[in-house]
Design a protein around this ligand. Structure first.
Ligand code: ZN
Length: 467
C-alpha cells in the first residue's frame, strides 16, 4: 500500500460508524456460530484492521495505548501498565519508546526516507539521533531486502541501544554520494509497558485464553488480523448469556508482554484449561493448528474437530519451541494447554515482517472464516461433557418415548445414528468430543442428540471430571 496515512490520522470517525452497525442484544450460545457467519462479519473485522493499520506500534509506548483505545470502542478492555525496570521472570520491563518524527534528508533538504510516510522506515526502539552523516557511515544504519526491492523491512532493536532506518532497496540505490541530515525525534525513557485484557466470566472459572500480539507496526496479517478477529469475537461472545466457560483475551507485546503477563498472573494460571495464540489469520491460506506442548489436550482435540467440520483446508503441526507467544505459555515451568492458530504460518509467506504485509493480503472472507472457526471451537468446548446412559442394558425403546417424532425430518436415519452413538458411549468414560472423533459426526449433531436423551431421562451427567 502506498496510501499511508500519518500516525496522526483521525481514527474516531470510522470507528464510530462501525460501532453503530454492531448489535448488542444478548443471544444463546447456539446462536454464536450463526452470528459469526453473518455475511458482513469479515467486513467488520477488515474495517477494524484498516483503522489500526497506520498506528506506529512497538513493544511499549503511545502506539499501543492508541491501538487499545480504538479497540475499547468494541469491548471494554482493561489497560494494564507495568513500570520500566520491573523484574518479570528472567527479564526486565524495558524503557518506554515513543517517536514523533524521523527522516533522512539530502543536501537539497528533501526527505529521502520519511517516517511520516511509513512508520516501518524507522528501526523500532531507535535511540534519538540528530546529526549529519556521510552516505558510507549512514549505510551502516540502513536496512533493505535486496530480493524484494520494493518492500520496506520491519526491523527493531529492543534490547540493544541502536538506531536505524529501513527502506526499499530500490530507494537505497538511488541515494547519491554525499552528506545527509539524520533526525530521529524519539525518546527512550523510564515509563510503562502497556497491555490490554478483557475477561468474560462464565458459570465456571475454567478459562479459555486467547492471546494476540499487538506490538507490530503497520502490518496486517502479522498481527492486526489476530487482534481484530479476537476483538470482534470477544464482542460477540460478550452477548452470549449462558456461558459456562470464562474467557480471557490478552493483547500483549510479543515475548516481553506474555512474560510480563505470566509473571503477574502466576497464582491463577491453573484456571487456564484451554488456550491459543491467534496470529496471521486473515490471509488466503488454509488453517494451521500448532499443537500444545502437552499434545492431545481438550483444546487440541476441539480444534481438530472444528477444523474437520469447517470444510476449509488445514494442516496440523506438532509443538515446536519457536513461533509466537506460545513459546512462553508452553515453557516447561508453565506448560499450559496453549496452542497456536494461524493460516499461513510465520516465515512461510515472503511478505511477513515487511511493508508488503498490507491490506491487500487481507481477505474479508477468510477473516470471517477465522472467526466462524473459533466460534465452532468455543461451541465444542462449551458443549463437551460425558454422561451415563440410564438404560444401558440393551437399547432403550425410543418409540415409546416419542423420540422418533422429536428427531423427525428428512435425514431420520442419520439422526438415529447420532442417538445410538451417544447412548452407546455414554458410559461415563467417553465425552461427546470422544464420540465425535470416533463417529466422525458433527459435534453439534451429537450435542443435539444428547439434549433429546437428557430430556427423556435416558442420560444423566457423569460425575467424572473431564480433563
Ligand atoms: Zn511478527
Amino acid at each position: 500500500m502506498n496510501d499511508f496515512r500519518s500516525p496522526a490520522f483521525d481514527l474516531l470517525s470510522s470507528v464510530t460508524s462501525q460501532k453503530e452497525g454492531l448489535e448488542t442484544e444478548s443471544i444463546e450460545l447456539t446462536e454464536l456460530q450463526h452470528l459469526c457467519e453473518r455475511s458482513n462479519v469479515g467486513r467488520e473485522i477488515f474495517d477494524l484492521i484498516v483503522d489500526l493499520y497506520p498506528i506506529c506500534r512497538s513493544i511499549t509506548g503511545d502506539g499501543i495505548r492508541q491501538t487499545l483505545s480504538v479497540m475499547t470502542q468494541f469491548i471494554p478492555l482493561q489497560q494494564h501498565e507495568v513500570p520500566s525496570g520491573t523484574p518479570v521472570l528472567d527479564w526486565t520491563v524495558p524503557k518506554e519508546w515513543n517517536i514523533r518524527d524521523a527522516y533522512v534528508a539530502n543536501a537539497r533538504g528533501e526527505r529521502v526516507i520519511d517516517f511520516q510516510r511509513n512508520c516501518l522506515h524507522v528501526v523500532g526502539y531507535s535511540a534519538p539521533v540528530n546529526g549529519r552523516f556521510h552516505l558510507n557511515e549512514l549505510k551502516k544504519h540502513l536496512f533493505t531486502i535486496p530480493e524484494h526491492p520494493d518492500w520496506i523491512p520491519f526491523r527493531y532493536s529492543y534490547y540493544d541501544r541502536n538506531w536505524g532506518f529501513c527502506l526499499a532497496h530500490r530507494d537505497l540505490e538511488k541515494l547519491e554520494d554525499g552528506e545527509y541530515e539524520v533526525l530521529i525525534d524519539s525518546s527512550l525513557e523510564d515509563g510503562l509497558l502497556t497491555y490490554g485484557e478483557y475477561y468474560l466470566p462464565g458459570s465456571s472459572t475454567d478459562e479459555l485464553l486467547i492471546s494476540a500480539h499487538i506490538d507490530h507496526p503497520a502490518m496486517c496479517n502479522d498481527n492486526l488480523s489476530g487482534v481484530a478477529v479476537a476483538t470482534l469475537l470477544a464482542q460477540y461472545l460478550s452477548r452470549v448469556q449462558n456461558r459456562r466457560l470464562s474467557y480471557r483475551f490478552i493483547f500483549i507485546p510479543t515475548t516481553i508482554g506474555s512474560i510480563t503477563w505470566l509473571s503477574r498472573n502466576e497464582a491463577t494460571l491453573d484456571r487456564i484449561k484451554y488456550g491459543f495464540t491467534l496470529t496471521c489469520i486473515g490471509d488466503n491460506g488454509g488453517f494451521t493448528w500448532k499443537e500444545t506442548r502437552r499434545g492431545g489436550t481438550e483444546i487440541d482435540r476441539a480444534v481438530k474437530c472444528a477444523l474437520r467440520e469447517s470444510k476449509e483446508e488445514y494442516e496440523l503441526w506438532g509443538f515446536t519451541p519457536f513461533g509466537f507467544d506460545e513459546r512462553q505459555f508452553c515453557s516447561p515451568g508453565f506448560n499450559l494447554p496453549v496452542g497456536s492458530l494461524f493460516r499461513t504460518g510465520p516465515y512461510r509467506y515472503p511478505q511477513n515482517h515487511t511493508s508488503a504485509d498490507d491490506l491487500t493480503l487481507m481477505s474479508p472472507e477468510k477473516l470471517a472464516g477465522s472467526v466462524a472457526l473459533i466460534a465452532r471451537i468455543v461451541t465444542i468446548l462449551e458443549g463437551n461433557a460425558s454422561y451415563f446412559n440410564t438404560s444401558p442394558k440393551g437399547e432403550p425403546q425410543l418409540g415409546k418415548r416419542g423420540i422418533y417424532r422429536k428427531i423427525g425430518g428428512p435425514v431420520i436415519q442419520q439422526n438415529l445414528l447420532h442417538l445410538f452413538w451417544v447412548l452407546n458411549y455414554s458410559d461415563g468414560e467417553h465425552s461427546l468430543l470422544d464420540i465425535a472423533e470416533m463417529s466422525q459426526f458433527a459435534f453439534s449433531d451429537l450435542r443435539k442428540a444428547a439434549n433429546i436423551l437428557l430430556e427423556q431421562g435416558l442420560l444423566v451427567p457423569s460425575t467424572q471430571i473431564l480433563d
